[in-house]
Write a protein that binds this ligand. Structure first.
Ligand SMILES: NC(=O)c1ccc[n+]([C@@H]2O[C@H](COP(=O)([O-])OP(=O)(O)OC[C@H]3O[C@@H](n4cnc5c(N)ncnc54)[C@H](O)[C@@H]3O)[C@@H](O)[C@H]2O)c1
Length: 342
């Protein structure tokens, strides 16, 4: 591929985030085209492909992987399908962007990493927060040394409420494996060069206490100790009535940076009843520039045969923290990362 060639991408999984990513690739990612959509639910791929002018739709992801006119795939299927799709895509010589979590076991994470390495394809993981302008500026301040020695870090995710989903349809431990996994990556990324060593988690069903007996958890706090001494907290809720809210903070010997405000614009309305700021109801609205930037980076990594900015190893590290947090809840005790990764 030369640098002027169009990067031809296919979406595997035409649900909520697959539709978002397919739309960005079809209309906004420079030098990329949406070449195909696959989804096993009859009609789902056809509808998305037709709405975006993609030439090919199928219910069979393997059919996409067998095509010569596709350079890379976006794996946006449910979490537990990710690893097998990464392995199949890599074996077919396709570059891979996979949504988080790349895997839900460390064995599967290793399998995905090895498959991409052996095939020599790009493997990028969907930790989009790194690409949000405020988060990227926070990391730049850390890199410049402006925050000094990191002491305290924070990252939070609050999904927009009210929570209306059926808890029975949410896989067990989702709050760690699919929600807080973003925060675990953010905290590691904002503390570059340091390794997480110890995790202590507490979680509950405060939004749907009636579902707790079936294993549902919707509220959690995790503390993470790093080998450079820094102490980090990650927290999540499935129901913030004011909107979607993601934020991060690094506090160190030289100062502090924060990123994210929960505001969807920087407009403030001042009126008789006080001040009002707008918030977003969807991640795809609040973090739209971040999704566009991560997909642009994926296309660039393919075009330039360059390492992707978020790797399979980054995904494995965040997963290890999630697995340690799960064990910490199960045992009501702190967990050394070494216990999980051994
Ligand atoms: N990075 C982010 O901000 C972000 C946001 C939302 C979701 N996600 C992640 O994206 C993934 C999908 O989430 P979603 O909300 O779009 O789910 P969804 O249920 O809306 O969509 C999943 C789609 O995949 C299809 N599918 C099921 N099995 C498949 C298979 N084996 N091969 C191909 N397609 C298959 C389903 O029919 C469905 O259309 C999850 O891992 C989730 O954690 C990431």
């Amino acid at each position: 591929m030369t640098v002027t060639d169009t990067v031809r991408l296919a979406t595997i999984g035409a649900g909520r985030i697959g539709g978002n990513h397919a739309g960005l690739v079809a209309r906004h990612v420079p030098g990329a085209a949406l070449a195909a959509v696959a989804d096993p639910v009859p009609g789902a791929a056809e509808r998305l492909a037709a709405s975006l002018g993609a030439p090919y739709a199928t219910t069979d992801p393997a059919a996409v992987l067998g095509r010569d006119d596709i350079d890379g795939v976006l794996i946006t299927a449910p979490a537990r399908a990710h690893t097998d799709l990464v392995v199949a895509a890599a074996a077919a010589g396709k570059h891979v962007f996979v949504e988080k979590p790349m895997a839900v076991t460390l064995e599967d994470a290793d399998r995905a990493i090895a498959a991409a390495r052996d095939a020599g394809v790009v493997l990028q993981v969907g930790f989009n927060r790194r690409f949000a302008p405020g988060f990227a500026a926070a990391r730049a301040a850390v890199d410049d040394g402006r925050t000094g020695t990191p002491q305290l870090l924070r990252s939070l995710t609050r999904d927009p409420g009210p929570f209306t989903a059926d808890p029975a349809r949410i896989p067990r431990w989702t709050i760690f494996l699919e929600t807080l996994i973003h925060d675990f990556d953010t905290l590691c990324w904002l503390n570059p060069g340091a390794a997480p060593v110890r995790v202590h988690a507490t979680a509950d069903a405060l939004i749907r206490p009636d579902a707790k007996a079936d294993g549902h958890l919707d509220t959690a706090v995790v503390t993470i100790r790093f080998d450079n001494g820094a102490i980090a907290t990650a927290e999540a809720s499935f129901s913030a009535l004011y909107g979607y809210d993601v934020r991060a903070e690094v506090f160190g010997s030289g100062g502090m940076v924060t990123a994210g405000s929960g505001r969807s614009t920087d407009m403030t309305y001042y009126g008789p009843e006080g001040m009002h700021a707008d918030t977003a109801r969807r991640d795809t609205d609040l973090l739209r520039p971040a999704y566009l930037a991560e997909l642009t980076a994926f296309a660039d990594a393919i075009r330039h045969q360059a390492p992707p900015p978020v790797t399979g190893h980054d995904a494995r590290r965040a997963l290890a923290i999630a697995l340690a947090a799960i064990r910490s809840v199960e045992t009501a005790a702190p967990v050394d990362l070494a216990e999980v990764t051994a």
